[in-house]
Design a protein around this ligand. Structure first.
Ligand code: SAM
Length: 232
């Protein structure tokens, strides 16, 4: 269970009504029951139910059972598409252990706004599903141009460009350093964006095969390819 609260020995953690409903109503846990919890920062802990109510309760952290683990330093930048597909991208990127997920606005991005809080909830659910102790950070939506203007050149950007000729590849060489994958919207990138991206010293153009993939498929394929090159 994810708890957005510091975890330390003996630490009491108050529960919200949704968590209380899940633990005491659905899972039928009673006072004294133990369960695994994490907060994305302090590893995995065993916690005990100290108080159980209909609308709240308290868990007490008992002992740390796993250190905090960090996945490779990989970010996903994507242009939000329809709601369900955006949810899918965030969920899959979080399952794959992306450290940071950044919705970016490009020239042909149809959605101008995303609910970052809802996307964060998907990232938490994905971490719970994977049995992980790490939760991906979901950034607020920003313009692609602004994100690139503030880019740390030590982070290699895989620019997924479906207009490159050939099959899969060229697959960039391993850097052993931080990376990011950029996926465009349904309408792809504009010529001006493509020209700018191709000219960036930290960007590498990547082709994911001869077929034009939907953005959500392309995101999963590119993250898998990156992990194949850099490690997972
Ligand atoms: N411009 C395309 C069109 O309408 O014909 C569609 C873009 S595609 C649906 C969305 C994004 O997925 C692209 O901008 C690119 O980042 C990525 N993508 C899809 N297929 C790809 C491929 N074969 N190689 C590299 N990137 C791909």
């Amino acid at each position: 269970l994810f708890l957005d609260h510091p975890l330390a020995e003996g630490q009491g953690v108050p529960l919200g009504s949704d968590q209380a409903h899940y633990l005491f109503g659905v899972m039928r846990l009673a006072v004294g029951a133990r369960l695994a919890v994490f907060n994305g920062r302090d590893g995995e802990w065993v916690a005990e139910v100290a108080e159980a109510g209909k609308r709240g309760g308290i868990l007490r952290a008992v002992a740390q059972v796993r250190d905090q683990e960090m996945p490779p330093d990989l970010w996903l930048l994507f242009a939000p598409i329809k709601k369900a597909r955006t949810d899918f991208i965030v969920e899959k990127a979080a399952e794959m252990g992306c450290r940071r997920i950044l919705p970016v606005q490009t020239e042909f991005t149809n959605s101008e706004r995303v609910r970052a809080d809802r996307l964060r909830a998907h990232a938490v659910e994905a971490a719970e599903q994977c049995g992980g102790v790490f939760v991906s950070e979901v950034a607020e939506m920003a313009r692609l141009g602004d994100v690139l203007a503030g880019w740390d050149g030590g982070r290699t950007l895989w620019f997924c460009d479906e207009t490159l000729a050939g099959g899969v590849g060229p697959v960039p060489e391993r850097t052993g350093g931080p990376g990011a994958v950029l996926i465009g919207p349904e309408g792809g990138f504009s010529d001006a964006e493509r020209a700018r991206l191709r000219g960036l010293p930290f960007a590498r153009s990547v082709r994911l095969g001869p077929r034009i993939l939907r953005a959500d498929t392309a995101a999963v394929a590119a993250l898998t390819l990156w992990q194949g090159v850099e490690g997972d």
